[in-house]
Design a binder for this molecule. Sequence first.
Ligand SMILES: Nc1nc2c(ncn2[C@@H]2O[C@H](COP(=O)(O)OP(=O)(O)OP(=O)(O)O)[C@@H](O)[C@H]2O)c(=O)[nH]1
Ligand SMILES: [Mg+2]
Length: 449
Amino acid sequence: MPLPPTDDTIAAIATAPGTGAIGVVRVSGPEAVAIAAALFRPRGGSDVTSVPGGRFLVGWLVHDGEPLDECVLLVFRAPASITGQDVVEFQVHGGPAVVRAVVAACIRRGARPAGPGEYTLRGFLAGKLDLAQAESVQLLVNARSEAARRHAGIGLAGGLSRRIDAVQTHLRGVYAAVLATLDYPEEGVPDADVEAPLEAALREIDALLASARAGRAARAGASLALVWRPNAGKSSLLNALLGYERALVSDVPGTTRDYLEAPLELGRVSVTAIDTAGLRATPDALEEAGVRFARDLAHGADVVVAVIDGARALDAEDHPLVRELAGPRTLWVASKADLAAVWTAAELGVPGLVRVSAADGSGLEALREALEEAVVGDAALDEAWLISERHEAVLREAREAVIRARTAPDDLRGLDLETALQALAAVTGRGEVAEDTLAEVFARFCVGK
Ligand SMILES: Nc1nc2c(ncn2[C@@H]2O[C@H](COP(=O)(O)OP(=O)(O)OP(=O)(O)O)[C@@H](O)[C@H]2O)c(=O)[nH]1
Ligand SMILES: [Mg+2]
């Protein structure tokens, strides 16, 4: 995938589609000011071509003799703009037809319609922001949850880039020591100069990789499926977690038939909690369809919450379900903790249990914490998280190389360190990044960004 040209002049609507108070059309490139001068009649008659950067003018946008709209024109001069080029922004009334007409007028005057991410790409190439920051811009624009917004902000402020820089600093120190001794191979690099910095680099890489799950949850949202046999207290637990009555509850086994979803805030992330039909063999075709849904949902969920009636003796039907649902994504919960517990985690054959009561709220806080932990791990809220699959892939590559460098002889160690440093550079894009990678990253942006 080739990159689009970056030395021509592009125009696009920068605001969201639809009707708004203001619509912004942004033009970037060598002809931006000339295009503005051709279309814009400032109040008081000042000369658009000689307006310095950082100013705004009020006036009319006129195209082919037709007054299109009264608007504000912002002028930014290269290199002090988001793209590093001359940029003008028309702030017009935010009707879809108005902004389209303004873009069309710019195009008639020689601009090219911008593709996805072209403004940010130009900014990146001009050194206005690095690649991790550019990806944070995209996350910020798409953020639907508090967690996504917050982490996009941390990334945009350079938080992720700083963590990567710290790893690179450790590795560069070792690299320099290795290079220095290549000329005097008989001396070798003292282990002390290698071990500690490589360990430190590895710890930080592992911490970053551990945050990838949290980053994914923040980006895409995670799902929690509450599953187990009928009457276990799944729907009651959903309601208790949500703090309102979302699901019907009754002592009739098989109350929930269809599944239902509700957004649930869990401290660092928002997730989708899904209540499902109790798992059992049933002659009722509708209920059976619900049970199939439940199994599919348990299969696809990021976290499976197995809610088992803690006040009812285990029987022959529980153990096959334990086997079916056991796995790293499963959290084991004993419900109805306000009643006497009649079985233990060991009897069920699971490593640990959270005991909760939807009736009196006991254990709910611990459950919320365990759920949050299951979704985001121990990624700290105020640290930068890995926010793209691309970051994850290159960090894994860097990790492998650092592990090799730990035990490699000095001459090979240098190569491993180079590989690791290159992989890390790909996160921030400072250093060599394949054109394909850039094209792929920016193609995911929206037009006008
Ligand atoms: N004492 C006590 N009873 C509970 C608790 N949670 C649920 N129950 C009761 O257990 C019964 C079943 O609760 P539900 O929440 O409907 O159970 P479910 O797992 O959703 O059941 P299905 O929808 O049939 O699969 C109801 O009578 C609830 O009142 C609890 O924490 N303590
Ligand atoms: Mg239910």
